[in-house]
Write a protein of this length. Sequence first.
Length: 187
Amino acid sequence: MQPLDIDQITQQHFARIHRAALVLTGNPWDADDLAQETFLVLARQQHRFQGRSSVFTWLYGILLNLERRERRRHGMRRKKLQVLWDNEPSTERTSPAAETAIEVAEWKSSLWAWVRRLPDGQRQALVLRFSEGLAYEEIAGVMECPLGTVKSRIFHGLLGLRRLMNDRGDEVKLLPEHPFEDVTRAI
């Protein structure tokens, strides 16, 4: 197989990978880091691409693996900081102001903020399906799972999302009444 043209692939797919990273993380700074790291992995490990899928689905797989690893690492860091925070004498604590506070606030009030609360498999399947527009078969390739698992994760993700939002008391007009009504599936 021919070596990959990293520059061309980056130009073609960086914006899509960055958008998916932003939806997954909800934070423009983390999304920048995650998207850049995805393409670093591509550059360093291009020999691992075997051509069984398209390059962009392979990149999504890299992105999801990196995001999963980062969430685990962040969870451990958060636990350690919480122990320090709890043991620290009570003082006034403030967070530094974000340069893009409006952007972050908009994301937090968006549907994707609710999606972020779902279990990893459901969250990733919903992002790939509805943010990135991947077909079920492509999602199965990216997530390295059977097609039925993808359908189940999307079904249960939509159902879970509906429950989360209903528990809050929001009117949920954006979600189909029945999660199996994925109207974009027919496209």
